[in-house]
Design a protein around this ligand. Structure first.
Ligand SMILES: Cc1cc2nc3c(=O)[nH]c(=O)nc-3n(C[C@H](O)[C@H](O)[C@H](O)COP(=O)(O)OP(=O)(O)OC[C@H]3O[C@@H](n4cnc5c(N)ncnc54)[C@H](O)[C@@H]3O)c2cc1C
Length: 323
């Protein structure tokens, strides 16, 4: 059986979850077995059936008051227990922040081999091989998993969400948890609200040190707002507290794969590109024609951001008004 972790936030399944369920359903097809989606925490019964639309034969809900907040140790144990009850051959987890923190734990509990950053469906023609990115996205590694149970942490924004309706029969599981599994307790969770989450965004407007200071981010936010995009930044920008760390993309920040990444006043250092180079279309705006970003970009504008941005903003507003 293929088990997939169905991560939710504020009572809704994330886009990355729908990708993971679609991926797991494809793995199930490939290996002639079924697909079970496991939801942990607080989610409405009416939402659970939705996962059938993306290929889940069954949906197992693990609910309890103690699981309303994400606790890595407890979530990992519950997922591993449901996997064991369902005789899992593969456990699929999206490589999100919380996915990353449970994938290895689940693998350890199941005695499973684990691959994180998976970007391909398994090749089962000889063994069980999956491809992952290595060296900050500069190369690929094909990994053969030889354990009876395998854990695959797939890269978000890599696989399509596909509708492949299945029964989606819902049942519950107690998760097999005890008080001892809650060795850490979140005291408070503060979330950015009213903004498009960076990891889910199809369009991203990102800026770097070329913007000179935090007082100039109004233009960046306005452009993001008009385009319906999320905002991101380079590492120095978040290090200097011009922008929150949650916007830092790159090797030491978040990895994103939007359809469009607009980089403004960012040099394009290898460590930055590591987090954004898989974007479908990259536009770089930089006043230095020799900036490395132009080598990675599909479109480049050589010019001063303070001159170029207002003009792009005006054009974007006109386009929006016309549609
Ligand atoms: C181990 C390690 C990990 C790292 N991880 C990351 C990471 O995850 N993410 C990351 O971003 N960096 C990371 N870095 C830092 C990285 O090497 C670069 O220093 C950083 O990306 C540079 O940020 P920047 O492009 O905003 O600034 P700068 O290098 O200062 O570049 C600013 C750019 O803006 C242009 N510019 C200036 N004024 C204007 C203007 N008016 N209009 C248009 N363009 C203008 C300049 O020509 C220049 O290209 C890491 C470094 C190390 C060593």
């Amino acid at each position: 059986m293929i088990i997939v972790y169905a991560e939710s936030i504020d009572g809704n399944f994330k886009k990355s979850t729908l990708e993971a369920v679609s991926y797991a359903a494809d793995v199930a097809k490939l290996t002639n077995t079924g697909c079970v989606a496991v939801s942990i925490g607080d989610i409405d019964d009416s939402k659970l059936n939705e996962l059938g639309k993306y290929g889940a034969d069954k949906i197992v809900a693990v609910k309890s008051d103690a699981l309303k907040q994400f606790v890595a140790e407890a979530y990992a144990k519950a997922l591993a227990n449901v996997a064991t009850s369902n005789n899992a051959s593969v456990v699929v987890i999206s490589n999100t922040y919380s996915g990353k923190s449970i994938a290895s734990r689940v693998a350890a509990k199941l005695g499973a081999g684990v691959v994180s950053g998976v970007i391909s469906l398994p090749d089962t023609s000889s063994g069980f091989k999956v491809r992952k990115t290595v060296f900050s996205g500069k190369a690929f590694a094909d990994v053969d998993l030889t354990t009876p149970t395998k854990v695959l942490a797939i890269t978000p924004n890599t696989f399509n969400i596909s509708e492949q309706p299945k029964a989606g029969e819902v049942s519950t599981h107690d998760g097999g948890l005890t008080g001892a599994d809650f060795i850490s307790t979140p005291i408070e969770v503060s979330r950015v609200t009213g903004k498009i989450p960076l990891t889910e965004a199809e369009l991203v407007v990102s800026a770097g040190r070329g913007m000179k200071g935090p007082e100039n981010w109004g233009m960046i936010e306005e452009l993001a707002d008009v385009l319906g995009a999320a905002t991101a930044c380079s590492k120095p920008v978040s290090d200097m507290h011009w922008r929150p760390h949650s916007e830092h993309v790159g090797q030491t920040g978040i990895t994103i794969k939007p359809n469009l990444y607009i980089a403004i006043g960012i040099s394009g250092a290898i460590q930055h590109l590591a987090g954004v180079s898989s974007s479908k279309v990259i536009v770089a705006i930089n006043k230095d024609a020799e900036a490395p970003f132009f080598k990675a970009a599909d479109y480049g504008i050589v010019g001063d951001a303070f001159d170029v941005l207002p003009r792009i903003l005006e054009a974007a507003k006109k386009l929006k008004a016309a549609n």
